[in-house]
Structures are given as C-alpha cells and as structure tokens.
Design a protein around this ligand. Structure first.
Ligand SMILES: [Zn+2]
Length: 315
C-alpha cells in the first residue's frame, strides 16, 4: 500500500482520475466529496488524517466499505465517512451469504432490464460493488454460477463488460418475491426523511441495526409524490422486519408499516416522545407499543434492546 496516498485518488479503492475518480471539496465543512465508478459518491472526512489510520486496517474492510458507499449511493443516499462510520458501514457488508448476493444480482439485472428480453451491461471492473462482492473475479464467478443454474445468459465483451439477460427461470425466481419471511438480515427502515430526522437515523436506527447484525434498507422518498414507488414495495417484501419511525407523522410511513404488517413482517414502532406526549400518533396505531425516544442515542440503545427481544430471540 502506498505510503503517501495521492489525494486525487479514491481513498477507499485507490482508483485514480484515469479510472474516472474525482475528489472535490464538499458542501459539508471538513469533508471531501469523492466520485468513484466503483464506490459511488460519498463524503470523506479530513482525507489525510483518516487515511493515516485507515492504512492499518484489513484490506477486506476497504472492500466492504466500497460496497457500502456504492449501494448507499445507488439508493440515493450519500454517506459521510469518518473513522467511526467507516467501520460501522463496512461491517454490514462483511458476511453476506452467497445465495443472498446471487439473488441481489438477479434483482439488479431485472431492475436494469425492465422487460424480459432486454440484455443489460455491467462493468466487470467497477460494478461488482452493486452486490457485496470484492473483486472483478468474484463478480464473474457469480455470473458463471447463475448461468450454471440456468438463471441467466451472459457474454463478456472485449471491453470487459458483462452483458447479461435473465432466462425465464431467472425471471420466475426474481418476480414472485412473496416470501413468507423475507430475506434474513434485511430490515426496511420507514421514516420521514428530513434534516430533523437525520440524526435519528444516522446515530440511532442505523447503528442499532448494525449492532444487532442487520442491514438497514432505506429509500428516500420524494414527499411531493403521492405514489409509493415499486422499489419500496419490493424492498418491504424482501425485508425480514421493519423499523418504522412515525416522527413527523408522514402518511407514507403509515402506509409502509401497514403493508409490512399485511405481509406478516414484524414492525418495530418508534416515535419521538414529544409527538407521543402531544397525542400526534394516529388513533389506528397509537395503541402499539412505541419506543418513545428522547435523543438519537436513547433510540439506538432502546431499539437495539427491542430487536434483541423481539426479532433475534424469536427468529
Ligand atoms: Zn473507489
């Protein structure tokens, strides 16, 4: 590993400007914004200092972090990397099962293709982080394996692109998605996304889920659009359980929690205590045992305990 990292390179994967990497000053003070084909777009705190300690970390953690930043970016969330969040984010991408990665890859192909006959390209060099995959070789191994199972057809082009298409069997595997129990380890987070609730997610819900060994799935929704996008419906079907925070009383959160309950997924109910005290919760659900939290740290601790008591011990 380089002793003096080039400040123009991606601090996670070491990709260079020739690979399409751009490092710029971010709008957030003390952060650089990194745009990287492999790692997506993310903010990096005080580049030089973190790198000094980061250098000592296992390269596997860097691979996992690259998956974390890329997948967050694809979910329209730009994460801020500090020494603390780097480890938390990476940990959720360290022990993904082969079967889960392959199902995710099938869904990525389906999502890009939309229609059944369409072939879609993936860059073998930079798209392996769309799933929890650490190298080009591992990515190609998954494509070979899915082909061997009769789920996809693909070719590798001279420019190192994988051009893939689902077979009928592949579509049949992706489309039903009605699982009695969801994908183990995935938790859908339904909440009102705003500056007011950012800390509740970043310092409360997200670390509580990581601590308990779950991957938070969070999709920012445009509040002015009344429709619940297909992507949200699909992710709720795929989740093992849901954390719903009703702070802000967003109609979308009520809808999503109702949908999850209809599918039989456990829902953990949360709301900031001042809104519970002001009787803001809807009368249809206000009898539920809400975690009435005061601070993000309080939420983190109590949510973690609730997950242990209701999800882990009964799972
Ligand atoms: Zn990178």
């Amino acid at each position: 590993m380089a002793q003096d990292p080039d400040p123009n390179n991606c601090p996670i994967c070491s990709g260079s400007p020739a690979d399409g990497v751009k490092v710029e000053t971010a709008n957030v003070p003390s952060f650089f914004q990194v745009k990287c084909p492999q790692c997506g777009v993310y903010l990096w705190y005080e580049y030089d200092d973190i790198f000094a300690s980061w250098r000592w970390l296992d390269p596997i953690l860097k691979c996992a972090l690259s998956c974390a930043t890329r997948q967050s970016f694809e979910a329209k969330q730009v994460v801020q990397i500090t020494e603390t969040t780097a480890l938390q984010l990476a940990e959720a991408h360290l022990n993904t099962r082969v079967s889960e990665n392959q199902e995710r890859l099938l869904r990525e192909i389906a999502k890009k293709a939309v229609r059944p006959h369409v072939e879609v390209p993936f860059s073998s060099k930079s798209d392996f982080t769309l799933i929890d995959c650490y190298s080009r070789e591992e990515f190609l191994w998954h494509f070979e394996s899915l082909k061997g199972q009769g789920l996809i057809a693909f070719t590798l082009t001279a420019s190192d692109e994988v051009v893939a298409r689902l077979t009928t069997t592949g579509w049949n595997k992706v489309q039903p998605l009605v699982r009695p129990t969801g994908i183990p380890g995935r938790c859908f987070v339904a909440m009102w996304f705003s500056e007011d609730t950012r800390a509740a997610y970043e310092s409360g819900i997200s670390p509580a889920l990581s601590d308990a060994g779950f991957t938070p799935i969070r999709i920012d929704r445009k509040e002015h659009n009344n429709e619940i996008p297909d992507e949200i419906i699909a992710e709720i079907r795929n989740c093992q359980f849901m954390v719903a925070d009703f702070t802000g009383q967003s109609a979308g959160v009520y809808y999503e929690a109702g949908f999850a309950m209809g599918l039989g997924r456990p829902v953990i109910w949360c709301c900031r205590q001042d809104e519970i005290s002001a009787r803001k919760l809807h009368f249809d659900t206000n009898h539920k045992n809400h975690i009435g939290w005061e601070t993000p740290e309080d939420l983190r601790e109590r949510l973690y305990r609730r997950i242990r008591a209701t999800i882990l011990e009964q799972g």
